[in-house]
Each structure stands twice: as structure tokens, then as C-alpha cells.
Design a protein around this ligand. Structure first.
Ligand SMILES: [Zn+2]
Length: 223
């Protein structure tokens, strides 16, 4: 299968509400919050793993297309693994655990997104001049249905609203690919992320994000 080239989408992801993308258990510090966010191991800065954005786009596109994989009980709970030539989910995002397909490589590469230069500057100002942490600590409770009292408080970290990240998505174009259909599919995936949420606790307000200043190979890319 011949690789004809690449298409690159760059732009800005803006957090319109706090964003929670969970860190791994190893990152949980003693006496820290219950639900930390993922951070760069050296700088401590939050970032958005490419797998989070890719996974959310895929999941929403699967819902829209009605494409799911079946689990052992034949329930539609898994990522699509049909491997059919006309399935853009499998072609672009990879055919989940299906090694028998002829679709070739996964076409999409979603890079990890780092804080934009502007957001970093704003945050270092907050840190140095005001001693403020730029990671929001939020406490959530469960309301006891009988007494109405808030119980079981747990603390979660969020990237605060207003933070911006630089995103980069690459599409690999192989011989025979309909690249304009693939670009439209990715565009729809980004729209669906905007319409829903990214990361955890979306039904409770977290993860409202929007995309700005998008470019496809240097030309404006309008969602
Ligand atoms: Zn499929």
C-alpha cells in the first residue's frame, strides 16, 4: 500500500469550562486530590493526550454512524472492528483488535496537545506574582436523597476555563483513499467533540471545549 502524503490540521483548543482528563494511579500523591489530572512528568504542566481527543472523536462518530463493536455477550459496547472497506471509523481510527482486515495503517495521528504559549505566559504570571496554582481543585458531593445533605465529598483537579492548547492532527493518505471524505469525517468528529465534551464529568459541566484558528495545510479550516 503506497503512502501518497499527509494532511495536517493545526489549531487551538479552548476550554470553555474546567477540563478533567484523569491521570494514572502512579501520579496520585499522598494527601493529594482524589482525582488528579494528567500532567507532564517533568514540568508538571497539564496536557491533553492525543488518545483522549482521538478516542472522543471516534466514540462520537461511531454513535453518529451507528457503528459499534460487540462484546462477548453481543452487546454493542466496543469500538467498531468491522474492518469493512467503506467504514471510515475503522479506516481512519483503526479497526479495533481486528487483525484480519485489509484497510492498511490507521490514517489519523492525533498529537498530544500542550498549553499554548499565551496560556503558559498567563499561568507563569499567576504563579510567580500571585503564588496561585493554575490547576483548579473542585469538590463534588453526592446529595443524600433522604436528608438532602451533601455527602462523600471528593476532590478533583481541572484545567481552568480559558486555558488554550495547541492541537495537531495528521491524516495519512494512502493510494486509493478518498482524502476529501476522510477530512470531512475528521471535521465532523471535531464538531461532535464541541457539541458534547472532552474528558471526564461532562454531564456535570466539565470538558466544554471549542476549536479555533484551525488550518488545513496552511489554509483556514472551518468546522
Ligand atoms: Zn468499522
Amino acid at each position: 500500500m503506497k503512502l501518497n502524503g499527509f494532511k495536517k490540521i493545526i489549531g487551538v483548543l479552548r476550554c470553555n469550562s474546567g477540563l478533567h482528563i484523569g491521570g494514572s494511579a502512579e501520579q496520585i500523591e499522598i494527601g493529594g486530590v482524589d482525582l488528579p489530572i494528567i500532567k507532564h512528568p517533568v514540568t508538571g504542566e497539564p496536557y491533553i493526550p492525543g488518545s483522549s481527543l482521538k478516542g472522543k472523536m471516534r466514540c462520537q462518530l461511531e454513535k453518529k454512524e451507528g457503528k459499534f463493536g460487540l462484546n462477548k455477550k453481543k452487546e454493542p459496547t466496543e469500538p467498531c472492528k468491522c474492518g469493512e472497506p467503506d467504514c471510515l471509523v475503522c479506516k481512519i481510527f483503526g479497526s479495533h483488535q481486528n487483525t484480519g482486515h485489509n484497510l492498511g495503517s490507521t490514517r489519523i495521528i492525533v498529537r498530544d496537545s500542550c498549553l499554548s504559549v499565551a496560556t503558559k505566559e498567563e499561568y507563569s504570571h499567576l504563579l510567580e506574582e500571585k503564588g496561585l496554582s493554575f490547576i483548579e481543585k473542585k469538590t463534588e458531593n453526592i446529595i443524600n436523597r433522604k436528608s438532602g445533605a451533601a455527602e462523600h465529598p471528593r476532590s478533583l483537579e481541572r484545567i481552568p476555563a480559558g486555558a488554550e492548547f495547541d492541537i495537531e492532527i495528521v491524516l495519512q493518505e494512502y493510494e486509493g483513499d478518498n482524502i476529501s471524505d476522510m477530512i470531512e469525517f475528521v471535521k465532523e468528529g471535531l464538531r461532535l467533540v464541541q457539541q458534547t465534551y472532552l474528558g471526564g464529568f461532562g454531564s456535570r459541566g466539565s470538558g466544554n471545549v471549542s476549536f479555533h484558528e484551525l488550518q488545513l495545510d496552511g489554509t483556514p479550516f472551518i468546522l
